[in-house]
Ligand binder design. Sequence first.
Ligand code: HEM
Length: 521
Amino acid sequence: MSKELKTLTRQEVAAHNTAKSAWIIVDSIVYDITNFAAMHPGGEQIILEVAGKDATEAFYSFHRHEVLSKYKRLVIGSIVNEKPKITMGTGDLSKVPYAEESYLQGFYSPYYTDSHRRFHAAVRKFVDEVIRPDAVANDDAGKAGPIDLYRKMGEVGHLAARIGPGEHLKAFNLLGGVKAEEFDYFHEIIAHQELSRLGTHGYSESLASGMVIGLPPVIHFGSKQVKDRVVGEVLRGEKRICLAITEPHVGSDVAGIKTTATKTPDGKFYIVNGLKKWITNGVFADYFSTAVRTGDGPGGISMLLVERGPGLETRSIKTSSSSASSTAYVTMENVKVPVENLLGREGMGFQVIMYNFNHERWVMIGAIIRACRYVVEECFKWAHQRKVFGKKLIEQPVIRNKLAHMLTFGNVQIAEVEAVQNWFENITYQMNKMSYKEQSQKLAGPIALLKLQSTRVAHNVSDNACQIFGGRGITKTGMGRIIETFQRTYKFSAILGGSEEIMADLGVRQAMKFFPADARL
Ligand code: HEM
């Protein structure tokens, strides 16, 4: 039974100013901390010092707003004729400048329509209500999203949305009432970015990052028989898939993979032997879209859908991210795979892998930009909450300068996060307009360069955010939680899907292809 809340005057609260009866006011709500004080993680004395008083400012100097929702049991009432000023409802848009993409903060956009806004509002609500409540605890505990959460994501078409526009969407009632026909890459990126906004890198990764890169090879290159069996069950969240390309000795240089697939004499199976490393979601995956060697050289690479079974083992790798991402070391020893599970033709593996690389990198760019934006929001809030040397941080020019560096690019006043966002939207628009073939020809270079630029921006954002948060920026719990996670995990995007160095080289090499023969200084 819920307890009855009182309406109290500030004088009434002031009378409860001792350890025997201690009440405090935080944002017009009255908390009875009498029994809690001795258990208070920040210490008994500090909290009793404000007994009987309005402790709003003191509270927000040391705690995230979410602490209050965890301690609702301490609430006994509210101050007469006052209402909370700090309202953060689930699913709400942030009003902090630059905390949302500009189309969500009252600016015009040539790209986003009502359909995108509807989709955004519904995805945000779903993520905040269904996924967010356990995200931090699971990320801390290294626990991946459970299969029933996958199923919920499947039911509302969130998994299908993360694979992008296409026929596969027709089987789902998409969030926001969006029709499969109107769904484009701007819708898709919303589905990815809202997970990035959780601020729990490992846990967010556990929610189907493996599928985002592992399922497209099946959709585009699988035989009808394999597709009919696998695509639906993965998109409904019943089974899970990952992409298995990298090996202990092979990272960005895919041509060097050593895992072999040899046909049995009757031609009915491949026997797969080899090792795969850094396989996101591999720990719990049922399916592995796997790069194997069926011959020599780059033309000897093929893609196979390997299913979990005898001979295939996975173990968790501890990375800087939470173990929730379920990144795996995979051993395949004499794993028997039906030849029907070949994705594309034998020797076509390189094309199958490359086919999805642009999309994968584009997803990663969208995710890291959104994570940067979240960090900027945290810094803005913190700079307004935190007082040092008698002033709010935001009143210190040095802090404004650091914030400016996140929002600006060097001395040129172009917003760093906003700049990459704008280039990103331009590329996304090209993806909506171009055929897949045209995208492959024209966008590999720009996407590579933008990925490089976005992770460099992330580097600067992380660095400045850490300085602004000080010790809290390197503390896992409390005010700096998001910053600590970000500085520990942004490097994933700078390495996975092609390292910054490879991206730089690829970007310039692609531009060279279009360099006119008659151009001279
Ligand atoms: C409803 C009232 C309050 C509740 C439920 C509460 C709860 C908590 C919790 C859960 C933490 C651990 C924070 C974390 O690591 O996430 C904490 C830390 C702390 N609290 Fe409170 N608190 C309350 C009020 C206050 C007030 C009024 C003050 C100061 C006057 C205060 C001062 C602190 C300090 C100094 C810390 C340690 C912060 C740090 O590690 O940097 N608390 N409190």
